[in-house]
Design a protein around this ligand. Structure first.
Ligand SMILES: *Cc1c(COP(=O)(O)O)cnc(C)c1O
Length: 235
């Protein structure tokens, strides 16, 4: 199947899953087409098939592709961001999902102020405490939230999490559930706190059952990325 056909099939499947769930089933679910390592042609293909949101994980790659994309779409940064790329990221992305330190938040706030932008951000939570993963630890979450709240040019829109790569994907379920609980608690006292970004190709069905309202899918739409070379682009 083509990327466009996959995209439409997954949209339909997500809508069915949304109706079946009991958790927050009134919420829309946003499907982010993760186009990292893929060329501009397939980006246009899924956007023309109805994709409203795309995700990229590297600033440099995104900059090159956005320059020639020539389509209206909401652009999400889903990968780890270094503070020295904050300026560029703020110019390129509508939502930065990977805020995980005060240092980074401060750099983004400053960069956004310089171009007169209010930058939408999510805080990435490392709920599984994986040492190799980015994301703020649970015990540091509240102080990071306060810091972002105090940053005039940032607007906190929700939370993001990347689940561990368990061989039994069911092990993700309690983590997703814990994230939804955290999200609901924070949401009661906040405005515009709308996004809970959980779920990738191998675990998104469970993420939706447990209350995710943003899923980030690459492989399910575009097929396997090259494992040999991270810079490989399929055009
Ligand atoms: C690459 C990536 C995805 C998409 O992964 P797939 O398994 O291909 O769906 C989702 N989220 C993040 C943060 C990623 O880096």
């Amino acid at each position: 199947m083509s990327a466009a056909e996959n995209f439409r099939a997954i949209m339909a499947e997500i809508e069915d899953a949304r109706k079946k769930r009991t958790v927050a089933n009134e919420e829309e679910i946003i499907l982010i087409a993760v186009t990292k390592n893929h060329g501009v042609e397939v980006m246009r293909e899924v956007i023309d098939a109805g994709a409203k949101n795309i995700g990229e994980n590297r600033v440099q790659e995104a900059a090159e592709k956005f320059q020639v994309l020539n389509r209206e779409v909401t652009r999400h940064l889903i990968g780890h961001l270094q503070t020295n790329k904050a300026k560029q990221a703020v110019k390129l992305f509508d939502v930065i999902q990977s805020v995980d330190s005060e240092h980074l938040a401060a750099a983004l706030d400053k960069a956004a102020a310089q171009i007169g932008k209010i930058q939408d951000v999510l805080i990435q939570v490392n709920i599984a405490r994986e040492s190799q993963k980015s994301g703020v630890l649970l015990e540091d979450l509240n102080s990071l939230i306060s810091f972002v709240d105090g940053s005039k040019n940032l607007r906190l829109r929700g939370l993001m999490m990347i689940a561990p790569n368990f061989s039994d994907v069911e092990e993700c379920r309690p983590l997703f559930r814990q994230m939804r609980k955290l999200f609901d608690e924070l949401k009661t006292s906040r405005n515009g706190f709308d996004y809970l970004s959980l779920g990738m190709t191998h675990d998104y069905k469970i993420a939706i059952e447990e209350g995710a309202n943003v899923v980030r899918l690459g492989t399910a739409i575009f097929g396997e990325r090259s494992l040999l070379n991270g810079n490989h682009r399929q055009v």
